[in-house]
Ligand binder design. Structure first.
Ligand code: MN
Length: 724
C-alpha cells in the first residue's frame, strides 16, 4: 500500500504549490472513515481510494482532484456525510465528491429505454466539473484492474458497462492510455477465448519476427538523424482488443493480419513533423490513402498527429504516427494534459494555431456543450440522437419503435439490430423499416435510426447473413440457426428415406422400433440419426439393419448410386438461383458489378431481354430511379452454394516485379476464378496501376475472404468491390 507521504510527494513533484495539508487530511479522514471495511479481494477497502488517487497523480492532476479521489467512496459507503465533507474540506471538494456519489447510483447496463435517461444523468453529473469525470475514470480503472475478485456474473456486467460507456468516454476525452487499458481488461473479461487466441498469435509472431521491431525503430531514427531531425522512435505491438476490432470490422482472420506493429515518432516541433513525414515518404514507398493530417485538422478530442503507412525495411508495412512530444502527451492524457499545460508558455507556442492560449480544450468544450443542451431540457431520446453519438464515434445508437436504445458497432446492419434486441427476433427477421421507410437489411445503420423489424415465423436466416452481420452475437446466432435449419431439413429427408425403404418391405414406420435402433448406430437421438441419413453420412439400409431387418447388398449399392445422381441434378436445376420471379424469365447478372449470394440484389426488367440482376449498391441503378415499375424485388435462393457467381473488384497495385503474381495467387489460393482482368496505369502516379478484375466466387463470404487476402499483400494498396 502506498504511504501517505509518498502520495503527497508525488503531487508536490509536479505541482510545488499543492496543498500538502489538504492531501494529508483527506488521506487520514478517508482511512478512518473506511475503517475495517474490506474489498472483495480481502484487502483493506482504503487501498482502493488510495490507488485511485495514485492513478490521478500519474495524470498529474491538481490537489483538489487527488483529495476528492481519496474521499470518493466515503459518503456512499461510510458514515461520512456531504455536510461533514464540506465543513472539513470546503465547497470545491465537497461538490466533486457529491458528483461522484451521484454517479455511483447510475446503472448503465439497462437494456430498457431508461439507459438514455441514465446516461444523461451520468454526463450531467460529470460535466459540471471535468475533474469528476477524471476521478470516475480512475475509479473504474482501478476496479477493472482488480476485477478478478468480483463474482463472475457481476464481472461481466461491469466489463460490459466499461466497454460500452467508460472506455469510449475516456477516448472522447482524449485519454488514450486509460481507454486502452479499460478496453483491454474488458475484452479479456468479456471474450477470454478470443483474447487468448490473439495473445498466442502475437507471441508466435514475436518469436518469428525476432528483433524486427527494434531494427525498424533504428532504421527510422537513423534516417531522420541523417536529415538533421532528432526523433525518438517507439515500436509497439498493437493491443489484442484493437486487433480484434480490426478483424471484426474487416472480416479478417488472424493469419491475414499483417500490420500488427505500429511506430510512434516523437519530434520537437510541428515543422519537424512535416519534414519527418517527407523524409519517410522519400525513403520508403507510401501506401496511398493512408496519409492523414490530424495536425492541421485535429480530431474532436484534440488528437493531433500525422499518420502514414509505408513499405519499410524487410518489405514490411510500417504504420507511423508522427507528432511532437507535447502532442504525444495530449494524445495519451487528453483533457488531463490540458489542465496542466494551459498556462505554460512553451506549451502555448507548441499549440500555436491549435487553440488560443488559455482556451479550454475541444474535449472539455464538448462536455460543456452537452451540459447546456441538457439544461435546455431536451428529451433523453433527442439528446441521445444529437450528442451521444459524437461521444461514441465507433458506435451507433438506434432505437426500437418503443424507444428502447440499442447500441451497436459502427457498420452494423438491421440484421445486427434484430439480433441485439433478441435472438428470436433476429432468427425470424425478414425485412425492416428504418425511420418508417422500408430499407434493405444490409443498410448501414446511422445514429438515432428507429428500426422496426418485420418478422415471419416461417423465416430461417440465410447463411449468407453471416458475412453481412458485423456483431459476434448476430453471426453466432445465424450460424446456429442455419445449422439447426439444415439439420431439420436433413432429418425430414432421412425420415422419408427410411419410410420408403420400410414400405418396400411392407412394414410401417414404428417410432418405438426406430428409437430402439438409434443407440446401435452410435447416435444419441432419432433426429440426429435421421439427419445423418438425410445428409448421406449414414445409409437408410443401416437403419433397417439396426432394426434387425435383412437387406440385400445389391439394394444398398443401388441406393448409393441414386443418391449421387440426385445431387448433381439439383445443382443444374437453375442457372441463376433467385427467388422473387414468376415464370421462365431470362436472368442475367450485370457484368459491370457482378452480384453474389449474400449481397442484396434487385432485378431490373429489360424489355425483350428479360431481367438483369444488380447488387443494391450498383451505380447503374440510378438511371432506373424514375421507373419503379421496372424494379423487381429479388432474393438469392438459399441453395446457391454449389455455383460460382461474377463479382467485379478494383485493385490498386504497386508497380513492381511479381505484384500481379501476388494477386492471382491469392485469388487462386482461395479457390476463386479470374474471368477478366484489365490493367491500367494509374494517371499521374507512376508507381501504381489499377486492376479491374471480374472474379467468379461462391458468395459474399468467399468474396470477402479474397478481398481480405489481397489486402494482406504488400503489393496491394487498396481493394474495393466495384460499384460500376
Ligand atoms: Mn470507488
Amino acid at each position: 500500500m502506498m504511504r501517505q507521504y509518498e502520495l503527497v510527494e508525488r503531487v508536490v513533484k509536479y505541482d510545488p504549490d499543492a496543498d500538502e495539508d489538504l492531501l494529508n487530511r483527506a488521506y487520514v479522514y478517508a482511512m478512518k472513515a473506511h475503517g475495517n471495511q474490506t474489498r472483495a479481494s480481502g484487502e483493506a477497502y482504503f487501498n482502493h481510494p488510495l490507488e485511485v488517487a495514485a492513478i490521478l497523480t500519474e495524470m498529474k492532476l491538481d490537489d483538489a482532484t487527488v483529495a476528492a479521489a481519496l474521499l470518493h467512496d466515503t459518503v456512499e459507503d461510510t458514515e461520512a456525510t456531504h455536510q461533514e465533507i464540506e465543513e472539513k474540506f470546503g465547497k470545491e471538494i465537497a461538490s466533486l465528491v457529491d458528483g461522484l456519489t451521484k454517479i455511483k447510483k447510475i446503472d448503465l447496463v439497462t437494456t430498457e429505454a431508461t439507459q438514455a435517461e441514465n446516461l444523461r444523468k451520468l454526463l450531467l453529473a460529470m460535466s459540471k466539473d471535468v475533474r469528476v469525470l477524471m476521478v470516475k475514470l480512475a475509479d473504474r480503472l482501478h476496479n477493472m484492474r482488480t476485477i478478478e475478485h468480483v463474482k463472475p456474473e457481476k464481472r461481466l456486467r461491469i466489463a460490459q458497462e466499461t466497454m460500452d460507456i467508460y472506455a469510449p468516454l475516456a477516448g472522447r476525452m482524449g485519454m488514450q492510455t486509460v481507454r486502452d487499458e479499460l478496453e483491454d481488461i474488458s475484452f479479456r473479461v468479456l471474450n477470454p477465448d478470443a483474447n487468448k487466441i490473439i495473445q498466442d498469435r502475437l507471441s508466435q509472431l514475436h518469436e518469428e519476427s525476432g528483433d524486427v521491431l527494434r531494427e525498424i525503430e533504428k532504421a527510422l531514427a537513423t534516417k531522420l538523424a541523417e536529415n538533421g531531425i532528432k526523433a525518438e522512435v517507439y515500436g509497439r505491438e498493437k493491443r489484442p482488443y484493437s486487433i480484434w476490432r480490426k478483424m471484426e470490422r474487416k472480416h479478417l482472420s488472424l493469419g491475414q493480419l499483417s500490420d500488427i506493429f505500429g511506430f510512434r515518432v516523437l519530434v520537437g516541433t510541428v515543422d519537424q513533423c512535416y519534414r519527418a513525414i517527407g523524409i519517410a515518404h522519400r525513403t520508403w514507398r507510401a501506401i496511398p490513402g493512408r496519409f492523414k493530417d490530424y495536425i492541421s485538422t485535429p480530431k474532436q478530442n484534440d488528437y493531433r498527429s500525422l499518420h502514414t503507412t509505408v513499405i519499410g525495411p524487410h518489405h514490411m508495412r510500417v504504420e507511423m504516427q508522427i507528432r511532437t512530444r507535447l502532442m504525444h502527451e495530449i494524445a495519451e492524457r487528453g483533457v488531463a494534459a490540458h489542465a496542466l499545460y494551459k498556462d505554460a508558455p512553451d506549451a502555448r507556442e507548441a499549440l500555436d494555431g491549435f487553440r488560443p492560449p488559455g482556451a479550454e480544450s475541444n474535449a472539455y468544450r464538448w462536455l460543456r456543450h452537452l451540459v447546456e443542451m441538457l439544461q435546455e431540457g431536451e428529451s433523453p431520446k433527442e439528446f441521445l440522437e444529437h450528442t451521444k453519438l459524437e461521444l461514441f464515434h465507433d458506435q451507433v445508437f438506434c432505437f426500437t419503435p418503443k424507444g428502447q436504445l440499442i447500441a451497436l458497432p459502427r457498420g452494423a446492419t438491421p440484421i445486427d439490430f434484430a439480433y441485439a434486441v433478441h435472438t428470436s427476433i433476429g432468427d425470424s427477421c425478414v425485412g425492416c423499416k428504418v425511420n418508417g421507410r422500408h430499407a434493405p437489411l444490409v443498410a448501414e445503420l446511422q445514429n438515432g435510426d428507429e428500426v422496426d423489424i418485420i418478422r415471419s415465423d416461417a423465416q430461417v436466416p440465410p447463411p449468407a447473413w453471416e458475412s453481412i452481420a458485423v456483431t459476434g452475437k448476430a453471426r453466432a446466432a445465424i450460424r446456429r440457426a442455419t445449422r439447426a435449419a439444415m439439420r431439420k431439413q436433413f432429418a425430414g429427408l432421412g425420415r422419408e428415406i427410411v419410410e420408403k425403404l420400410l414400405a418396400k418391405q411392407n412394414r410401417p414406420m414404428v417410432a418405438k422400433e426406430i428409437a430402439a435402433a438409434v443407440p446401435r448406430l452410435g447416435h444419441k437421438n432419432v433426429d440426429d440419426t435421421m439427419a445423418a441419413i438425410g445428409r448421406g453420412d449414414l445409409s437408410g439400409y443401416d437403419m433397417l439393419k439396426a432394426m434387425g431387418l435383412t437387406v440385400e447388398a445389391s439394394q444398398m449399392r443401388e441406393s448409393r448410386r441414386k443418391g449421387t445422381t440426385k445431387k448433381s441434378d439439383q445443382s443444374q436445376a437453375a442457372s441463376v438461383p433467385v427467388r422473387g420471379l414468376s415464370g421462365n424469365m431470362a436472368l442475367t447478372i450485370s457484368k459491370e458489378t457482378g452480384a453474389v449470394p449474400g449481397e442484396r440484389i434487385v432485378g431490373i426488367s429489360m424489355p425483350g431481354e428479360g431481367v438483369t440482376i444488380y447488387p443494391i449498391f450498383a451505380k447503374a441503378l440510378e438511371q432506373f430511379d424514375s421507373q419503379p415499375e421496372r424494379w423487381i424485388d429479388l432474393a438469392w435462393d438459399s441453395d446457391a452454394s454449389q455455383q460460382m457467381f461474377p463479382a467485379r473488384i478494383n485493385v490498386i497495385l504497386l508497380n513492381e516485379i511479381g505484384a500481379l503474381a501476388q494477386v492471382t495467387q491469392v485469388i487462386g489460393d482461395h479457390g476463386g476464378n479470374i474471368d477478366e482482368l484489365q490493367m491500367m496505369a494509374r494517371q499521374g502516379v507512376r508507381d501504381f496501376f489499377d486492376l479491374d478484375i471480374l472474379l467468379e466466387v461462391h458468395d459474399a463470404r468467399h468474396l470477402n475472404d479474397i478481398i481480405a487476402g489481397l489486402r494482406t499483400r504488400n503489393a496491394v494498396s487498396a481493394v474495393t468491390r466495384a460499384t460500376g
